[in-house]
Design a protein around this ligand. Structure first.
Ligand SMILES: CC(C)(COP(=O)(O)OP(=O)(O)OC[C@H]1O[C@@H](n2cnc3c(N)ncnc32)[C@H](O)[C@@H]1OP(=O)(O)O)[C@@H](O)C(=O)NCCC(=O)NCCS
Length: 223
């Protein structure tokens, strides 16, 4: 029988289903969208995009201590990446970088992974403002959800969005999420408790997958 200490080590070192992973790519108007695990060397692009896109990102993101420029400096990436990598290794999170034509363009994370009889996660994402409106987030959500229901063995993916976030609502509609209800004062975002609409999709609803559905609708091609 293993001791608690060796059990803990085993848990940290083990891989959970579907991680690490590089789900298949889709071509959209912006270019070829692909997902891969976040890397330490994403620091430069991650920081450059997030410092430039402060106005576009900050009002939709959870409130956090410290100034935006400090939280999004190149050196701030190391603890964030390290925490995401640890959560990935523990099976609690699938932290993907979104790339377009091979270049870092944002992040999509399947977080709060719970297994046993729930087998659920939330999905969260952001995309560089330079690429806005060119199908990147919708393709990334479709790839992440297909991966969640495939290799990762999950059953339900949830997304919570402020009712004012028209672009994100549109992404979820295009990807095929279903609205479930309104969570009042749900999350501390941009300095206040904000209502959020809850959307979800379960494995039974996606038939041959959200990527295949996007391709059929003419919004993407298999790359
Ligand atoms: C939300 C976000 C990820 C969308 O990324 P994207 O790559 O531009 O998404 P897509 O191109 O796949 O789809 C965006 C859709 O929203 C539409 N849209 C953009 N702004 C909109 C607005 N204010 N109101 C309604 N629709 C809007 C676009 O026209 C497009 O729809 P279409 O294809 O029917 O024309 C991006 O805007 C972002 O990173 N925002 C800041 C962070 C954020 O809000 N994250 C999500 C938190 S829940």
């Amino acid at each position: 029988m293993s001791t608690p200490a060796s059990g803990t080590t085993h848990q940290i070192e083990s891989r959970h289903p579907g991680w690490p992973a590089r789900p298949g790519a889709l071509r959209v108007p912006a270019g070829v969208v692909a997902l891969r695990p976040v890397r330490l060397r994403d620091a430069g692009e991650w920081s450059r995009l997030r410092l430039r896109d402060r106005v576009y990102l900050e009002r939709w993101e959870p409130t956090a201590p410290g100034a935006w420029d400090e939280r999004n400096s190149i050196t701030a990436w190391l603890p964030q990446w390290s925490s995401l990598r640890r959560l990935g290794r523990q099976g609690l999170c699938l932290p993907f970088a979104i790339t377009v034509d091979g270049v870092f363009a944002g992040q999509i994370t399947l977080g709060n992974v719970i297994r046993a009889s729930l087998r659920s996660a939330w999905v969260g994402y952001w995309v560089s403002s330079e690429l806005a409106g060119k199908g990147v987030a919708t393709a990334a959500v479709a790839m992440a959800v297909d991966h969640a229901f495939g290799e990762a063995g999950l059953h339900r993916v949830e997304a919570t969005v402020r009712p004012e976030n028209g672009a994100s609502l549109r992404v979820l509609a295009k990807a095929g999420f279903r609205e479930e209800g309104l969570f009042l004062r749900y999350l501390d975002v941009a300095g206040a408790w904000r209502d959020h609409l809850c959307f979800a999709v379960t494995a039974e609803e996606v038939e041959d997958g959200l990527c295949a559905r996007l391709v059929r609708s003419g919004r993407a091609e298999h790359a």
